[in-house]
Design a binder for this molecule. Structure first.
Ligand code: ZN
Ligand code: ZN
Length: 245
């Protein structure tokens, strides 16, 4: 497969996970919500390992501007998810009052769409450099895609957009992910900027969006799952190595 075929296939799988996450909240099953929380913890560990062990070193290797681009990626998410947006956090949106103003829901959707656009850019820039890098970044992205779709659908529900609006919001995130994949391949020479930028984005999502949600949970189970996520990254990297990739 060509890098483009890899990106398109796995980008579509990641986008589908957004829609699936949106469907979970519509199914209203407590068991599913717990499962999603576990994905969030696994994703945080896997993403932090992928960021520190693969994305940062590869970024420094391909661009002298990497430090600045990483910082820019980090603050890009901070700006769109938390500065421009009055209220946003991962997990179910339960306080309807914060979301009563429909504009708050739409700005959260915009912020998350920009973040998911970079989920797509991350996957595509990984495959433009190498298949194993692309696969590992895909792993980091796909693990948090279910909770992401769930989050955006719950925000749509809390701001009164109904079930159709909730599913629509999850589909917007899926489309933004695919747009990121296509955009990256259309501007493939920009990968030296795009990889460090999406490294900063991934770092933010893992450390600033996901970790606080993990730490909200009482008890040690969720906290331990973060380490399981790190181990999962290590195992994936080792397996790819064994496969000669
Ligand atoms: Zn809230
Ligand atoms: Zn994401």
């Amino acid at each position: 497969m060509t890098p483009f075929q890899w990106s398109l296939t796995l980008g579509a799988a990641a986008a589908a996970a957004n829609v699936l996450g949106g469907l979970v909240i519509l199914s209203r099953s407590h068991w599913n919500e717990l499962l999603l929380k576990n994905f969030l913890a696994l994703a945080a560990g896997f993403m932090l390992a992928a960021t520190c062990l693969r994305m940062l070193p590869e970024s420094f290797a391909i661009s002298p501007h990497a430090p600045l681009m990483i910082l820019a990626g980090y603050f890009l998410v901070h700006f769109f998810e938390h500065t421009l947006t009055p209220h946003f956090h991962f997990g179910e949106e339960t306080h309807g009052d914060a979301m009563l103003h429909p504009a708050a829901g739409y700005s959260a959707l915009l912020g998350l769409s920009i973040h998911t656009f970079f989920d797509g850019v991350s996957i595509a820039s990984g495959f433009l450099i190498s298949v194993p890098l692309g696969l590992l970044i895909f792993g980091a992205v796909v693990l948090h895609k279910l909770p992401e779709g769930f989050t955006v659908a719950s925000i749509a529900l809390a701001s009164g957009r109904g079930q159709r609006g909730a599913l629509g919001a999850a589909c917007v995130l899926a489309a933004a992910t695919l747009a990121g994949v296509l955009g990256m391949h259309a501007l493939a020479p920009a990968v030296a900027y795009a990889l460090p930028l999406s490294t900063g984005v991934t770092f933010y999502v893992a450390a600033t969006d996901l970790m606080p949600e993990v730490n909200e949970e009482r008890g040690w189970r969720m906290a331990v799952l973060v380490f399981v996520g790190v181990a999962l990254f290590w195992l994936s990297e080792h397996a790819l190595h064994q496969l000669g990739l």
